[in-house]
Design a protein around this ligand. Sequence first.
Ligand SMILES: [Zn+2]
Length: 196
Amino acid sequence: MNEATGQPYDNMIAGLLIDRLKLSEYWAAKTRMNENSIQGLICPQCGRARAWAYKDKPHSINCNRLNQCGARTKTLTLFPDVIPNVETSHPPTRQDPLQPATFYLKLRGLVKSLKGMDYEYWPDIRKTGSGGVMFPVIRPDGTRIYNGRIFNPPEGAGKTHNRGEARPALFGSIRASLMILLSKPLLPKALLMPIL
Ligand SMILES: [Zn+2]
């Protein structure tokens, strides 16, 4: 549960998005919310009040004018300010050095799967000024690689971050087997050289 609102974390982003939508130009006088959906939203693409969104997961505004428009507009793209900066609101502390990463995962409704999940908080990834949550993965050969998400990537920086690519190792082994081939006089060297 979120201490501030009493809502389960799963619905936290949904609640923030709906509050933001209500204040926006896309919420018209006739926009209505029923049990499952929000109807009569203004489509950001064509401007008609014929769009809708899921109430539990209002991640997109979906235009009902399928033949004329049919746009699906991502709400987080319209309102990037809705998601709090987790490093400011929940900074790392000595008692809880993972706090920003934990809060980021909770915001996204991953609280149930947090138990036993291995993750780390890395500050200032790729010198973007934003930290991120990184998940270690142990490969069968024992090497550790990381896959993760940058919290607030700058425009064009990409959301994902990986460390320890599989490709160089794979290339290394292909190269090694080609070297073995090269050492045997089965194929003319001139044929193989362009591949290496
Ligand atoms: Zn539309």
